[in-house]
Design a protein around this ligand. Sequence first.
Ligand code: PLP
Length: 396
Amino acid sequence: MNNLASKISRQLQQIPKSGIRDFFELVQGRDDVISLGVGEPDFSAPWHIREAAIYCLESGNTAYTSNLGLLSLREEISHYVAQYFGPVYDPKTEILVTVGVSEALDLAFRALLNPGDEVIYHEPCYVSYSPSIVMAYGKPVTVHTRLEDNFALRASDVAAAITERTRVIVLNFPTNPTGAIEPVEELEKIAKLAVEHDLIVITDEIYSELIYDDSDPSKVPSHTSIVSFPGMRERTILLHGFSKAYAMTGFRLGYACAPNILTDAMMKVHQYSMLCASIIAQKAGIEALRNGAAEVEKMRHEYALRRNLMLDGFARIGIPCFPPGGAFYLFPDISKFGLSSKEFAFGLLEKESVAVVPGTAFGVSGEGCVRACYATGRAELEEALVRIERFVGTLG
Ligand code: PLP
């Protein structure tokens, strides 16, 4: 058949390939590389969680589940979300189990958007927000966050971006790629804007458990989600999953909590496109929520130590880096070296075999910075710092 490219949908043709993917194709197959690139825990899922998956298979539990997900998992989610985030969701009608937060994001956009509807989100941000919005025929509207604000989102910038076509605001705190946390006062102002303009908020809470208190790494700081502000439960879709806190990326398990009308609409897409999440992952998810808290805390504590190691390292080398409050990323400012973030990342990879991601992979406002993921062993992080120091030493 001729001209296969013209057979691809126009909507999809608008979407560029992920900037991260290009970069990682270069890293593939090179075993000398220390990767601070991939946003994935280096831990395996805790053993008792893997055992629950093994037991599921061993006992011949290999069928579909309810489209919404196993009720016993939804009950655990309801309990967990009430404890951690505040609002209580009915496990029978207000919780939908999905194939990761990735699927939940796609469902939410497809459920909410009519062609041309605008979705506001803060940038630099997770690479799939914009493509997922476009694939749902929405219009992405970015609000830039700034290094000088430690990449927190200014409510006044959100207000300035709202138009008659705005339908949704997407928030992600702690943020991928910056690790930023939103000050509670700004979050409250954004909540007020959502109420005033009758907007839906999608809050991507995937890094919520990975937060740090600089005064004491052993202390678990409290996390505030926008859903806890007055008037927000009825207009928020809370997305969360197991990938980051439980180191369960390969299980592909997430969930959406929202008022029934919204989960019902998302469910329509889910039941025809995905049917249900894997039963093996769901059984593992039940075990994670029932008995996983101590392991999450152990990993969080280790990330806190690594974060401080990297922050100290960048300070010693003379690369400015704000101390982010969460996730497992640092977003150091490399602008003083006179290279673009892409040139810096490619140079570091080529000369010293350390992979970091150019800030621009997460949007234009990431220029001047690179993302360094510290979900890697401490010995490797120390070696990466030695190599980074050597590399910047050559930049004059
Ligand atoms: N949201 C953010 C902000 C992420 O960083 C990621 C993965 O990196 C996801 C969602 C996707 O998560 P999941 O593995 O649950 O699909």
